[in-house]
Ligand binder design. Structure first.
Ligand code: ADP
Length: 163
């Protein structure tokens, strides 16, 4: 029963992430979205908030599980008896970093195979940073994230602005 891990920051989960997770679920019998609890990215949302949003957004696919993980993904792979690491490839700009990471993971765990999937063309330029920028300045993010995530973004920026 091949299992794949789909690691990321998911700050917050977008339609691009969901697109990749669903594509992975069409290939692997089980997909575990792994939310980084030790990211250096200084996320807007806490790990629990990111977990809740991702769980809600992926609840419609029964073979996808969402967990938080603190540690190396290569170790998580072993613990979960997974065989692949899923990453999304958007533009060429993703390539260098992803290539480096895939080899690093393989150096730590030689069984770590990274599988790259391409999203639907409409999500090619979508990323969480852009969504946060738009939400921060009161823009409409309903085309980029599920409704419940859009609401959390509005709430978060209201809170930050002391409103
Ligand atoms: P990380 O900090 O690990 O890059 P992200 O949450 O930014 O975490 O991304 C997790 C994975 O999802 C990465 O492989 C990234 O390329 C992919 N991803 C994010 N947004 C999209 C998108 N719009 N289309 C395809 N893949 C995406």
């Amino acid at each position: 029963m091949p299992t794949a891990l789909y690691p990321g920051t998911f700050d917050p989960i977008t339609f691009g992430h969901i697109d990749i997770a669903v594509r992975a679920a069409n290939i692997f019998s089980r997909v575990i979205a792994v939310i980084a609890d030790n990211t250096t990215k200084n996320p807007l949302f806490s790990v629990n908030e990111r977990l809740e949003m991702a769980r809600d957004a992926l609840a419609h696919v029964p073979t996808i599980e969402v967990i938080a993980y603190r540690g190396l993904i290569a170790n998580c792979l072993e613990e979960r008896k997974a065989t692949a690491i899923i990453r999304g490839l958007r533009a060429l700009s993703d390539f260098e970093y992803e290539f480096q990471m895939a080899f690093t993971n393989r150096n730590i765990n030689e069984d770590a195979e990274t599988v790259f999937l391409m999203p639907s063309a409409k999500y090619t330029y979508l990323n969480s940073t852009m969504v946060k920028q738009i939400a921060k300045f009161g823009g409409d993010v309903s085309g980029f994230v599920p409704e419940h995530v859009a609401q959390r973004l509005v709430g978060k920026y209201r809170q930050q602005n002391g409103l």
